[in-house]
Write a protein that binds this ligand. Structure first.
Ligand code: EPZ
Length: 419
């Protein structure tokens, strides 16, 4: 397994192009299964998770062509309505092929995604929504067997709590349903509006995406489209936090400040000098350490759980004490003991971590446990004195495009050691 060797203590200066959002790309890719016409997606990041979903879509019969960041998908016919365990277990977003297959073919057999390192992550809300839309669902030997021989029908769905995946899955399935579907307490993450924009370009009739109530009027068929995936707000926030930890100045091209929600104000509050420019964000830290600030993760527009680990890394060298409360996932502090190996002072009590900022971290061998935790260790390593060896970096390749290259271009001493 590859490792990253990082020698820290150097400020970052330069320009980093922000890639398309992984968590949007994976959903608009699943939308390709809803039509027999080709769809062209632009600004798609080259990531291990995208490759994995491509393999699954090919297995369902889609032709795929990935050229630079432009991805063409054409599911002229559906060759198989089964999504096997091996392709779904490695990446949860694969589960979202269930709704499109069911809507188009009237049946699907999709492996349950299972839990993952950050929490149990059940799919009960996804299945309840599909059941309300008339699907018959059985669970057998780890697979979801779903049938809707006469097609799905519109339904009134009210989620008991906000779920990004269940909101997206319901939208995907409802496009071809008979009648109108309303989704109450829908997730408001920017990726939801991006998916709706893509589906509407395919001929769907979705309104309200980005708000708490979404209405989907079912149509008979969808057609091809061109769609540009929105910029990755988590990659954007992570590089902003890296500057907070190391000092320096970065221009993040292609980034959009509107997508950062509460994180923008938090980054200002800790003392970063940030400016939204035309199609870019400039971030600068002058000399002083950042100020410690408390955060609570919340659904959008609150502070995103996907930036919590990176923010904790930044707070380890901030001036003061910060409390970080994680409310979305039950086991998302695995980076804390790894950061402690580098001299961070963190105590975890249930869902709250208290971080006492120190002047400086010291390089150490550490282990990446999940995607965002990996980025948290990279940020800490960039700021630390001496060398850090980050083991198990395959998690990073799932979600951060050309990470070493982007950081090297801004003066970071970071090198991949292939094993
Ligand atoms: C998406 O996961 C993202 N993944 C996650 O990013 C992100 O952390 C999360 O949304 C929250 O913003 C993708 O988009 C591929 P949820 P998702 O359904 O859709 C519980 C990353 O690092 N829940 O909003 O799976 C669930 O267990 C990843 O890029 C149920 O109980 O998240 C969690 O506690 C990690 N039953 C909470 O809801 C359900 O049926 C929110 O999860 C569905 C969810």
């Amino acid at each position: 397994m590859d490792k990253l060797a990082i020698i820290g203590g150097r400020p970052l200066f330069g320009t980093i192009p922000i890639s398309g959002a992984k968590n949007s790309a994976l959903k608009v890719m699943a939308a390709a299964l809803l039509t027999d016409q080709p769809i062209t997606l632009m600004n798609v990041p080259r990531l291990a998770d995208v490759d994995m979903l491509l393999r699954l879509l090919e297995q369902h019969g889609a032709e795929t062509q990935f050229d630079g960041s432009t991805l063409k998908l054409h599911a002229k016919t559906i060759a198989s309505t089964e999504a096997p365990y091996d392709l779904v277990r490695k990446m949860r977003a694969s589960f979202n092929v269930l709704g499109p297959l069911l809507a188009r073919e009237g049946k699907a057999k999709v492996s349950l995604p299972g839990g993952c390192a950050i929490g149990a992550r059940p799919v009960d809300l996804h299945l309840k929504a599909l059941t309300s839309m008339g699907a018959n669902i059985d669970l057998d030997e780890g697979y979801v067997l779903a049938e809707a021989p006469d097609g799905l029908r519109g339904a009134e769905i009210s989620f008991p709590f906000v779920s990004v995946g269940a909101t997206e899955h319901t939208m995907l399935a409802a496009c071809l349903a008979n009648g109108e579907t309303t989704i109450e307490n829908a997730a408001r993450e920017p990726e939801i509006a991006d998916l709706a924009e893509c589906l509407n370009a395919m001929g769907a009739k979705i309104s309200g995406a980005g708000g708490s109530t979404i209405t989907v009027k079912g149509v008979d068929r969808l057609h091809g489209c061109e769609h540009r995936v929105l910029p990755d707000r988590i990659e954007t926030g992570a590089y902003m936090m890296a500057v907070g930890a190391t000092g320096g100045e970065l221009t993040l091209t292609g980034a959009n400040s509107d997508l950062l929600g509460a994180a923008w104000a938090v980054l200002e509050e800790i003392g970063l000098d940030i400016e939204a420019q035309d199609d870019a964000i400039r971030v600068r830290r002058n000399g002083e350490r950042c100020k410690a600030v408390d955060i609570v993760t919340q659904p959008f527009p609150g502070f995103p759980t996907d930036l919590q680990a990176q923010f904790m890394a930044l707070m380890t060298t901030a001036n003061g004490v910060s409390t970080i409360k994680e409310t979305i996932f039950e086991n998302r502090f695995m980076h804390a003991p790894e950061l402690s190996r580098m001299g961070a002072k963190i105590s975890v009590d249930g869902q709250t971590a208290t971080v006492r900022g120190v002047e400086r971290l010291k390089g150490a061998p550490v282990m990446a446990t999940d995607l965002r935790a990996s980025m948290s260790l990279i940020i800490a390593a960039l700021a630390a004195e001496g060398q850090t060896m980050v083991n198990r970096v395959y998690h990073l390749d799932r979600g951060f495009e050309r990470l070493e290259e982007k950081l090297q271009a801004c003066g970071a001493l970071i090198e991949r050691i292939k094993e």
